[in-house]
Write a protein that binds this ligand. Structure first.
Ligand code: OAD
Length: 257
């Protein structure tokens, strides 16, 4: 593992009073074993969005759509958050103003300990009734029979945002407000190809935040970043987390113990 070179500018911002937003995508969960959507072995290379992740697909083939979500729920239920998720949970405890905005539906940030998460694309563990609108969490990996039914008799759908659907507007508006008012914005493990979420790094930059991308390769939003830290989120974020501990210990702490 190559040590991350943390610039003096970034180091100077790793103090409790800095207002921080962390924006995450599928790449932060890749090291836990959750497939990403694009790139090598990406889900969208193997499956068609039109068959599985649109309201039209669900209307035409609810069982087929549910089988795919069931497969993903089962896969996610067997894995654990990685060191990248743990570092983000540490950020939430360290910075007095902190917001996590995630495109991920896998629930791994919750399991790592983050309490306040703006989930732009919903949550794979939520089920929603298409008749009465009831929403609830259901953490059983496999629901049977498929498609599952609500107490009212209506069909349940996964509580995720599909292509062609609007993001929950209150959640997106809060994410934009947090992004507009932060000092430091991290874009982690996202290709930044899906809008409107992908606007956030640019909004952060326009409003004066210092923008840092963490990715194994430059994303579509890399051009708005002040710094791109190339490498795995599960390696880079823990190094930044260690800098936070250093910031609390203060100068000279490296001589202690
Ligand atoms: P993508 O699959 O588009 O992008 C994953 C990103 O993670 C890529 O830029 C990779 O280079 C990077 N990456 C992979 N492994 C990494 C690692 N170990 N550390 C750091 N970076 C790594 O996933 P998203 O950007 O999240 O939408 O995709 C956005 C949306 O598209 C998803 O929320 C989903 C999808 O279709 C919906 O379901 C609505």
């Amino acid at each position: 593992m190559v040590p991350v070179l943390v610039s003096s500018k970034l180091k100077s911002l790793l103090i409790p009073l800095t207002r921080v937003v962390v924006f995450t995508g599928a790449g932060i969960s890749a090291e836990s074993g959750v497939p990403t959507f694009r790139g090598q072995n990406g889900l969208w290379n193997e499956f068609r969005v039109e068959d599985l992740a649109t309201p039209q697909a669900f209307a035409a083939h609810p069982q087929q759509v549910w089988e795919w979500y069931s497969w993903r729920r089962e896969l996610i239920s067997k894995i654990t958050p990685n060191q990248g998720h743990s570092a983000v949970a540490h950020f939430e405890r360290f910075f007095s103003s902190f917001c996590l905005v995630s495109q991920n539906v896998d629930g791994l940030h919750d399991r790592a300990g983050n309490q306040r998460i703006l989930k732009l694309h919903g949550d794979i563990w939520e089920v929603r009734c298409i008749s009465c609108g009831l929403r609830r969490m259901d953490f059983r990996p496999v629901l049977s029979p498929l498609p599952p039914r609500c107490e009212c008799g209506g069909m349940l759908r996964p509580g995720v945002v599909w292509f062609g659907e609007m993001l929950p507007s209150d959640v997106f508006e809060r994410a934009v407000r947090e992004t507009q008012s932060c000092d430091l914005f991290f874009s982690v493990g996202t290709s930044a190809e899906v809008f409107p979420a992908a606007q956030l790094p640019g909004i952060a930059r326009q409003h004066g935040a210092y923008v840092v991308e963490v990715n194994i390769e430059r994303s579509a939003a890399a051009h708005v970043a002040h710094e791109v830290l190339l490498g795995k989120a599960g390696e880079i974020l823990p190094e930044l987390s260690a800098c936070l501990r250093g910031a609390l210990a203060g100068p000279g702490s490296e001589l202690a113990g």
